[in-house]
Design a protein around this ligand. Structure first.
Ligand SMILES: [Zn+2]
Ligand SMILES: [Zn+2]
Length: 362
């Protein structure tokens, strides 16, 4: 098992790494030594994930003809089937805090892009559909091909953290070593951390994926384009897609908001309080326009959706812009959306667009 090209979807817990190679699920000691085959089904397997205690491994297998979620004990025993979806877009993402397998699948949905997250108990009972809404925007970032497995693993970890309400501050596993993850509580007034950068980066990349395919098949008349200006159609289309992405993330991004006294989010009033400004400065580091290097100290705190139009004074709607790009944003035809705290979609009047995330502003 020395040829890295065959090694896919590694998952590390304690001293064991699980991975898929030659269509089978394999296990190996992290400290080195012989790998052993957990399955020998002569059917494709994918996305193996070890349980938190390292005793079970969940994976997608076609051993019964169509792809479904299965689980097996690391030290042997029968392989048990947990789902009956028969969907090739099913993926095992990880495990929930209460020991169920976390999977995403578009099963039962009209479109394969409408992927939902499920928690599957090991007793084989019907899985619970998790109340996160369609998670397609994030799931789109979960492509785990061999060349990008580092990034794929990171995405999977970040996604799991989002769903389970915890963020891990460890680095993704690399070179067969793994530090235990440190959990931090998610629901409190938080600082912005490296893990938050990772989450924002995942969102940004998934949104880029989503938007990149759009110009193909652009219709002549764009619904919602109030002036019917065709030259402006692409910008309108991108704007609408950006709004869709932002809407689909509303529930999840609440973790980064400033809670308000009425149970909503945001600070009452237009002015950005000093503490909030510090958080947003720390998050953004520089002006949020692509490639602008202007330091946040010399930037304005801008409401992405203007306060007068109902945009809250909240980290989810405030970002740092230098004076020049603040003015540009207010120029006719330009659009700016904050898809996620710190992730900004800029749309030019021509329909050209660019997404910037904290990682781009190092
Ligand atoms: Zn907010
Ligand atoms: Zn700027």
């Amino acid at each position: 098992m020395t040829d890295g090209a065959y090694l896919r979807f590694p998952s590390v817990r304690g001293d064991v790494v699980a991975f898929v190679a030659e269509d089978d699920v394999w296990l190996a000691p992290v400290s080195g030594g012989r790998a052993w085959r957990l399955t020998a089904d002569r059917a494709p397997a994918a996305s193996a994930q070890l349980s938190p205690d390292g005793s079970q491994v969940a994976f997608v297998s076609c051993r019964e003809g169509a792809p479904d979620v299965h689980v097996a004990a690391v030290d042997g025993g029968p392989v048990r089937r947990l789902s009956h979806w028969a969907s090739e877009y099913t993926k095992v993402i990880g495990w929930t805090g209460d020991g169920r397998v976390l999977a995403v699948s578009p099963a039962g949905q009209p479109f394969r892009s409408r992927t939902w997250a499920y928690a599957l108990g090991l007793d084989g009972g019907p899985g619970e559909r998790l109340p996160y809404g369609p998670v397609n925007a994030i799931a789109a970032g979960l492509k785990s091909d061999g060349d990008r497995r580092g990034a794929g693993q990171l995405r999977a970890d970040v996604f799991l953290a989002l769903l389970s309400g915890t963020l891990t501050t460890s680095e993704p596993p690399a070179d067969s070593t793994c530090q235990p993850a440190t959990e931090v509580p998610a629901r409190r007034q938080r600082d912005w951390t490296g893990a938050d950068d990772a989450v924002a980066d995942v969102i940004a990349e998934a949104a880029r994926d989503e938007l990149t395919g759009l110009p193909t098949g652009l219709p002549r008349d764009i619904p919602g384009d109030p002036h019917g200006r065709h030259h402006d159609g692409l910008a309108v289309l991108i704007t609408q897609a950006g709004e869709r992405i932002a809407d689909s993330l509303t529930e999840l991004k609440g973790r980064w908001c400033t809670p308000s006294t009425d149970g909503g989010h945001g600070h009452a009033g237009y002015r950005v309080p000093a503490e909030m400004r510090r958080l947003v400065e720390y998050r953004d580091r520089r002006c949020c326009f692509p490639h602008c290097r202007r330091h946040v100290r010399r930037c304005d705190a801008d409401h992405s959706v203007p306060y007068q139009r109902g945009g809250p004074t909240c980290p989810c709607n405030v970002s740092m812009l230098c004076r020049r790009h603040h003015r540009l944003k207010q120029t006719r035809g330009w659009r700016l959306q904050q898809l996620w705290p710190g992730v900004l979609l800029w749309i030019a009047p021509t329909g050209h667009w660019r997404i910037t995330a904290p990682a781009d502003r190092e």
